[in-house]
Design a protein around this ligand. Structure first.
Ligand SMILES: Nc1ncnc2c1ncn2[C@@H]1O[C@H](COP(=O)(O)OP(=O)(O)OP(=O)(O)O)[C@@H](O)[C@H]1O
Length: 260
């Protein structure tokens, strides 16, 4: 079942379009024919429990996996065939970042700069993720939240138009989550389109303009953009997910919805 609230007041420019997307790991179908439409400039949350298919969907959007069926386009590019062109415009933060424990924060970002085809400034990027004061600290001495912010620094290097974050706040304490949320909102204000996955309904409510809830490879519920979200006006921010807040439901309630 899919319940969609269509937008009628503003034109909706699509950044990422997913049609009848399916993916099988051998005989196990992890993504079972999903449709998603993600607007430019919005924060889109893909919500769901462990094993729902969120990471697989992100990997398909990034072109790391080839769909078994269906299509993905990002900025009208095919993520598999046009992977290089897409990577110039997109930053991806997966659950594990592969940072080198002995390197400092600055060294890590300098190494990233040398590997990246995108140009940016190390100090400015550290400032964006609020890690300037940790520039000389070794990665192994960072807190979980600080590590995640260093991951984010690499992801946003060169100000990509599309930012994909796989569970950016899982395992973080409330303060670290709030900091991450603030940074994600800043990235949206600067014009990026953001797709994130989360297990937390409160995170989707706090951050997202649009939400899709996945369960066992299907989209069980989808709530599209509140029209006010696209104006960029600060005074509208609290109303973005008004339709979600009006009927707050714990995550487990959604799991009882029938599948398509
Ligand atoms: N490499 C793989 N080989 C086989 N099955 C896999 C593989 N990766 C994921 N799966 C399976 O596919 C399904 C979807 O996994 P996926 O990681 O996409 O879910 P998820 O919603 O991201 O979960 P989590 O919240 O735990 O990260 C799960 O049943 C998982 O066991």
């Amino acid at each position: 079942m899919s319940s969609t609230t269509p937008s009628t007041h503003f034109p909706r420019e699509t950044a990422v379009d997913v049609r009848n997307l399916r993916f099988r790991y051998g005989s196990h179908e992890a993504v079972k024919g999903i449709d998603l439409s993600i607007a430019r400039g919005e924060i889109f949350a893909l919500l769901g429990t462990n094993g729902a298919g969120k990471t697989t969907t992100l990997e398909l959007i990034q072109g790391y996996r080839v769909p078994s069926e269906g299509t993905v386009t990002a900025f009208d590019l095919d993520p598999v065939k046009d992977g290089r062109a897409l990577r110039r415009r997109a930053g991806f933060m997966m659950q594990e970042a592969g940072l080198i424990p002995e390197m400092t924060v600055r060294e890590s970002l300098c190494m990233w700069r040398d590997l990246s085809s995108r140009r940016d400034d190390v100090d400015a990027t550290l400032a964006k993720v609020e890690l300037t004061h940790k520039a000389s600290t070794r990665v192994e001495a960072l807190s979980g939240g600080e590590r995640r912010r260093l991951d984010l620094a690499m992801t946003i290097w060169g100000s990509p138009e599309l930012i994909v974050l796989d569970e950016p706040t899982t395992g973080l304490d409330p303060d670290s989550r709030q900091t991450l949320w603030r940074l994600v909102r800043n990235l949206k204000e600067q014009g990026s389109t953001i797709i994130l996955t989360t297990h937390y309904l409160d995170e989707a409510q706090a951050l997202a303009d649009s939400v899709a809830m996945m369960h066992q490879g299907q989209v069980a519920v989808q709530v599209e953009d509140h029209p006010a979200a696209r104006t960029g006006a600060a005074h509208h921010r609290n109303h973005r997910c008004a339709h979600l807040r009006a009927r707050p439901r714990p995550l487990h309630r959604f799991h009882r919805l029938p599948h398509r």
